[in-house]
Design a protein around this ligand. Structure first.
Ligand code: TXA
Ligand code: MG
Length: 325
């Protein structure tokens, strides 16, 4: 059921049930983070492997000390600057955070989301919410309540409808090995924004499929069903001459392609607007009678970097047109 009733959502969560929640990034599939049975329902509903840890959502910065043993000074600075907002911090957890939530890791991912309905919900609960993106494991993250209903409607008793997500990309995840910030996943906070607050360059964790500390880092994640190729669109169009091709571009239109099969993410090339529309556009193209979807790389700056990360991981392996980013 889809609705806007925060008290109904709260009642279900208190009973250990799942509720899909709106955030400014993407919709989350939430359960009481301190209740192992409730959390295990998330893994079942998403068909998510239990080695993939969940982010814990809190309602106020002051709650941090309840769940983590220490707060590096730079973590506090980032939290004060970007919360509520699309930033997740990896911090040493206290034992009341169940192993299942962190997949046994010593750190827990914590964030304070910016959506008013979810803030209201968190304020009425006396526990935090574990919530991954509310999509089946490996598929594109949902940015509307309808996206959640289409794929997980059967498994989720209540979907709290907060409208379309404003940011549209998942949170940026930052850890602090040896006290220095390290980006584990780029998302709604751009690298440049982090660096402006930290005052120096911030490293990104190298992508690794063999030892995924953040399985959001796994390749072939965020992937549509229809084969998805990223590169130079004209070249890709030549590569698939007699097929139904969908096109995903930042702002260019392609006269040789059926107008109904192409999406321009932002007519003015505005990256925040493009980011906000990316996942809905990928879902839309994935619902059309296409043989293949071709997309172009975004400018490697600001939110473009996180968008390129998602495009890369949505792509058919070995078919990337450029290996350099
Ligand atoms: O914006 C978001 O982050 C959304 C909304 C709902 O908050 N959530 C989200 O969750 O994207 P999920 O589970 O789809 O992606 C979270 C990523 C996963 O790849 C997970 O492996 C990583 O964060 N992660 C969570 N806790 C971690 C931890 N303790 N250590 C390392 N990685 C962690
Ligand atoms: Mg996810």
């Amino acid at each position: 059921m889809i609705g806007t009733d925060v008290s109904q959502a709260a009642a279900l969560l208190r009973q250990g049930q799942l509720v899909a929640i709106p955030t400014e990034t993407v919709y989350g599939l939430a359960a009481n983070a301190l209740d192992v049975q409730a959390v295990s329902r998330i893994f079942e509903a998403k068909k998510r492997p239990s080695f993939d840890p969940l982010i814990v959502h809190i309602g106020a910065l002051a709650q941090l000390e309840t769940y983590v043993t220490q707060l590096p000074p730079l973590a506090l600075r980032l939290a004060e600057h970007f919360w509520p907002g699309p930033l997740t911090l990896l911090l040493d957890r206290r034992p009341l955070i169940p192993d299942l939530v962190t997949a046994g890791l010593p750190q827990v991912g914590i964030r304070l989301p910016a959506h008013p309905l979810t803030q209201q919900l968190l304020a009425t609960l006396d526990f935090p919410l574990a919530a991954p993106s509310a999509n089946p494991f490996g598929y594109i993250s949902p940015t509307t309540a309808q996206h959640v209903a289409q794929q997980l409607g059967e498994q989720v008793p209540y979907i709290l409808d907060g409208g379309p997500c404003q940011v549209g990309l998942e949170s940026t995840i930052v850890g602090f090995p040896e006290g220095r910030p390290l980006v584990y996943r780029l998302g709604g906070i751009a690298l440049e924004q982090l660096e402006a607050v930290i005052g120096e360059p911030v490293e990104r964790r190298a992508h690794s499929t063999s030892n995924p500390q953040a399985p959001g880092m796994l390749k072939s994640h965020y992937a549509p069903r229809i084969p998805f190729h990223v590169g130079e669109i004209d070249a890709l169009l030549e590569k698939f001459p007699h097929q139904n091709v969908g096109v995903l571009s930042l702002q260019t239109t392609y006269p040789s392609v059926n107008a109904a099969w192409q999406v321009q993410l932002s007519p003015t090339g505005h990256l925040p607007e493009a980011a906000g529309r990316l996942f809905a556009a990928m879902r839309h193209l994935d619902s059309l009678p296409l043989d293949v979807i071709v997309a172009e790389w975004m400018p490697e700056t600001g939110l473009g970097r996180a968008m390129n990360d998602r495009l890369r991981r949505a792509a058919v392996p070995d078919n990337l047109q450029t290996g350099e980013i």
